[in-house]
Write a protein that binds this ligand. Structure first.
Ligand SMILES: Cc1cc2nc3c(=O)[nH]c(=O)nc-3n(C[C@H](O)[C@H](O)[C@H](O)COP(=O)(O)O)c2cc1C
Length: 325
């Protein structure tokens, strides 16, 4: 399917570096966009709406400066907004995103037509993440420009459908942009996503293992050393099903065979600095900060690279895969 004008002929490889809670930062977004891949971050990575506005100003001015000094057009950037009743900042954050006319909004959980209309009012676009056709139809009705198909094995809050099945189902009713998310770590896998009928690949875990990503070195080491079997899909940590590295759960003091009962999803609690002792079996470990998420595509990640090196590698692998007869 044709890409929205914003993204057509504008990317080194058809990839969005996916938003990651606590991991994505402005410097990561700036480096990613400079390398020709869409850089994104969750609004929740900033503690306040004022802080969010500062980040957007920082990103916009760095990309503007880059374009002016190099005469090269960077890829556009995007911001992820979790549209859920427990996110008390939704309206205030949205106001800031509209004020600064961010190019791309990525919504999670709720697909709301008011949110879509606000972004469309100045020509921005909205992609919404879904794990099944039912959510996809709701998002389509809300008027989104693209569906992010979050399949099984993805880092973060993953789905449970195989990507073949999920893309197939979404394509029966949706003819706009589809972005495939889940286990895409190499350029060959980006090409595979396109063969399946997706227009873009959404890559999370692979970008965690970059020098610009601010997660700690121990987390990066675990990503490089782990394989798919080291990932557990559970709703015990974040209240809704997500993939985490087993070793980080054990290191935080949990018994993998006896994880706490899920207590519902509360983004307010996940965003807060307080520890979650009462909610999480009296261990006091914080999901995402102390317990580390990654997808099953971890097996293909063998080294920490700069974002520039990673994008060059993805481009090479992608072009090679396209020449297979
Ligand atoms: C550490 C981590 C944090 C994440 N946080 C978010 C988030 O805040 N919002 C969101 O929409 N997706 C989040 N995700 C999901 C990613 O945006 C993306 O869908 C996923 O990482 C793609 O699968 P992959 O990791 O196998 O490439 C997160 C993923 C990881 C690994």
């Amino acid at each position: 399917m044709p890409l929205p004008t914003l993204l057509a002929n504008n990317l080194t490889v058809p990839v969005i570096s996916a938003p990651m809670f606590l991991a994505s930062t402005p410097s990561m977004v700036i480096e990613t966009c400079k390398s020709g891949v869409v850089g994104t971050f969750p609004a929740a990575n900033q503690r306040t709406t004022e802080g969010l506005e500062q980040w957007i100003i920082q990103i916009k001015s760095a990309l503007k400066k880059y374009e002016k000094t190099t005469q090269k057009k960077p890829a556009p950037f995007g911001v992820n907004l979790i549209v859920h009743k427990s996110n008390l900042r939704v309206n205030a954050d949205l106001k800031v995103l509209v004020k600064h006319q961010i190019p791309l909004l990525l919504t999670s959980l709720g697909a709301v037509s008011d949110v879509v209309d606000s972004i469309h009012s100045y020509g921005g676009i909205v992609f919404h993440d879904v794990i099944n056709a039912r959510h996809g139809k709701k998002a389509m009705q809300a008027g989104v420009d693209g569906l992010i198909a979050v399949s099984t094995g993805a880092g973060g809050h993953a789905g449970n459908l195989h990507p073949f099945a999920l893309i197939q189902e979404l394509r029966t009713f949706f003819d706009k942009t589809i972005i495939l998310s889940g286990c895409i770590s190499t350029g060959a896998e980006v090409a595979a996503a396109r063969c399946l009928g997706a227009d873009l690949a959404y890559m999370g875990t692979r970008f965690l293992a970059t020098h610009e990503c601010k997660i700690n070195d121990e987390y990066k080491k675990m990503i490089v050393e782990s394989t798919a079997n080291d990932i557990i899909y559970t709703n015990a940590i974040s209240g809704i099903p997500a993939n985490f590295i087993k070793q980080s759960i054990s290191n935080a003091g949990y018994d993998l065979a006896n994880l706490p009962k899920p207590d519902g999803f509360d983004i307010g609690a996940e965003m807060s600095d307080e520890n979650t002792k009462e909610k999480h079996g009296n261990i006091g470990a914080k999901p995402w900060k102390d317990i580390w998420s990654a997808g099953q595509g971890i097996s293909a990640i063998n080294e920490v690279l700069t974002i520039k090196e990673l994008v060059e590698q993805l481009k090479k692998e992608y072009q090679q895969a396209l020449t297979i007869k």
